[in-house]
Write a protein that binds this ligand. Sequence first.
Ligand SMILES: [Zn+2]
Length: 511
Amino acid sequence: MDQIDTTTIRNHIAYLADDRLLGRKPGTEGYQLAVDYVISEFKKMGVQPAGDPGQFTQKLILQNTKVDNGSAKAFLSDTKGNVDSLGFGIDFLPYAHPFSEKASGSGKLVFVGYGVDIPDFYSDYDGIDVSGKVVVFLAGVPDGISASTLISHFSSAGNKMNIAAEKGAIGAVLVYPINSFPNPNPTIQSTVGVNPEKTVAYSRGFNGNLDFALTANNSFLSQLFLNSGKNLTETLTALKSRKNSSFEFPFILGASYSNSFSQFESENVVGLIPGSDSRLKNEYVVHSAHLDHVGIGRAVNGDSIYNGAHDNASGVASLLEIARIYTKGKAKPKRSVLIVLVTAEEMGLIGSAYFASNPTVLKSAIVANVNTDMPTVIAPLLSIVPLGAEHSSIMNNVKFAADYLGLEVEGDPEPEQNRFVRSDQYSFVVNGIPALHIKYGNKTNVPGFDMDAFIKTWRAKYYHQSADGMDGIFDFGAAKTYVQLNFLISYSIAQTAARPEWNEGDLFGIK
Ligand SMILES: [Zn+2]
């Protein structure tokens, strides 16, 4: 691990974050330059191609969907046939539908609380039939869910819509805790990955499994409750403490809106380091990091290129260095190791959702995912937060690696950030593969130094800003520790005879 080289890491970041790559947005020349760079580095190291047959790349189709605002209509009708039309941008906004040129539907409206269904714990769907109906649910989750990862998972709008679809609903309305929409006439679009037949959508958000989906706000919810015979405040209080409050409104809700589509290609890059054990080499530990960033945006101080040096050139650089250690060092992993650089993370975890659903190796042969997204190497790395590891036996591998390097393991200090569902490890988790993402911890060796405040200030200035370039703050010693740690975690998983397992009864494991 002493061979891990800070200059090499720095050079990778400098190339990937150069203005020439124009912020690495999928579908642009800049992103393709990043793809070419990774492939040429792989070739230099002797990493083998493991994308589409014989290729380093795995192609996928990205589809952009745009809603025609002028076409969007929604209505409520009561049992007497009185119809109220709802205001676009006032009462509702549609979600872009990835498959329907004209998304439309109507059905009885059912309030389903937070729209969560948590086995052996709490369900908003207990005792209520939503089949063929339209559900309305709130953002967030009830109190009492202990793990920040589960709070993230059950708060996810896409997951709530998936649950609604599984329960047979045909439409959904997600109520955000805001009183009005900030922009009554926004551009509504979303990007998903699609299969060649364009029948399956890969994304973290709405994937077209309902006839339509809308967002609404507090004032819409208040209007609904006014005519329902239920007290909204009491209902919200009951829900918070997990008292099922689902009921059917005496209304029908209908909606329709037009969508237009455009498609373009992008690529994940997949490299293989073959395992050395005759049996275990048929199983894979996957290192992932997103190769894309957000491209060109609003100019700040004359700079419109969002270089993404930390996010996520530093993560990609980490993986390239891990690949070099595996191929040039003496540590030969028993299991095979895949180095996967994914596209379109910033558009909603699309490249990883596609890879984890359609991996270029047998899906059941992937034993774990170690994801890297913005390691935040801006101060000495003394403690870590292994997001997601607490759900499976890979926590043992993390503890081994952290121990070896003298790093402390901390819990998530900011569960409200929902980090677990915000990067590519989540795509592996929802496909049943134990996964983690190592986030920096808050420990410091400078007395009185407030690491938490330092990171928050840094984040406000650099995160998803054009300022996130090579001229920002870097601690390459921390980058080296980070690479050592991630390498040791995957190496330890690759060497352990038993494959990683979800904890007994873990919610992600029984999915
Ligand atoms: Zn990122």
